[in-house]
Design a protein around this ligand. Structure first.
Ligand SMILES: [Fe+2]
Ligand SMILES: [Fe+2]
Length: 189
């Protein structure tokens, strides 16, 4: 499938806002791939598809997780916001024929992050935070950070997420903590 076909595939599954977001993330992912020397085509694909399952009602997401026999940890079961990433990777593999493991993993980990993130993982993670449609306090600092280094932007992004979750007394996924520790420690070397 080519980019146009992916756009058609997500168009039927996403609301207007999320559709536009996906286009913006894809564009930003290509931009970051160009800047940091990653494969632009892969970045474009990961960007356009990353939220493909996000507008599916929660109950439908639950059913699909069961149908695909995707096991969830206790934190994941209790954090429905994470489902679309787990589901998205499996959906694009099964239904859209995406086989590239780098793309599948970037989609799978775009919300939590993980230890040892690949360049494409980092690009999608950061692009999702700073795409043109984003407007939250601190987004401009993150855009600036992303010009210096992906890791710097990631640390900002993860710190923001962790703070938010802790303030709301919500569980924090161990992969997010692993991504944070790994990136912090690596960037100090
Ligand atoms: Fe997402
Ligand atoms: Fe997103």
């Amino acid at each position: 499938m080519n980019f146009e076909a992916y756009k058609t595939a997500i168009r039927g599954l996403l609301g207007d806002k999320r559709y536009k977001h996906s286009l913006c993330v894809s564009r930003m992912a290509v931009h970051l791939a160009h800047r940091y020397g990653a494969d632009e085509k892969r970045a474009e694909t990961a960007g356009i598809l990353h939220d493909i399952m996000k507008d599916l009602p929660r109950e439908e997401q639950k059913k699909l997780l069961r149908k695909y026999e995707l096991p969830l940890t206790e934190v994941e079961q209790n954090t429905p916001k994470l489902w679309h990433a787990i589901l998205g990777a499996e959906y694009i593999r099964r239904e859209l024929g995406v086989t590239d493991p780098e793309i599948l993993e970037a989609v799978r980990y775009h919300t939590t992050g993980r230890e040892n993130m690949t360049l494409l993982d980092k690009i999608l993670f950061v692009a999702d935070f700073i795409s043109d449609d984003r407007d939250y306090p601190g987004v401009d600092e993150m855009r600036k950070a992303a010009k210096n280094s992906l890791e710097e932007a990631m640390i900002d992004g993860i710190a923001y997420t962790v703070k938010d979750l802790a303030e709301a007394k919500r569980p924090i996924h161990p992969d997010t903590i692993a991504a944070y520790n790994h990136t912090i420690l690596q960037s100090r070397l």
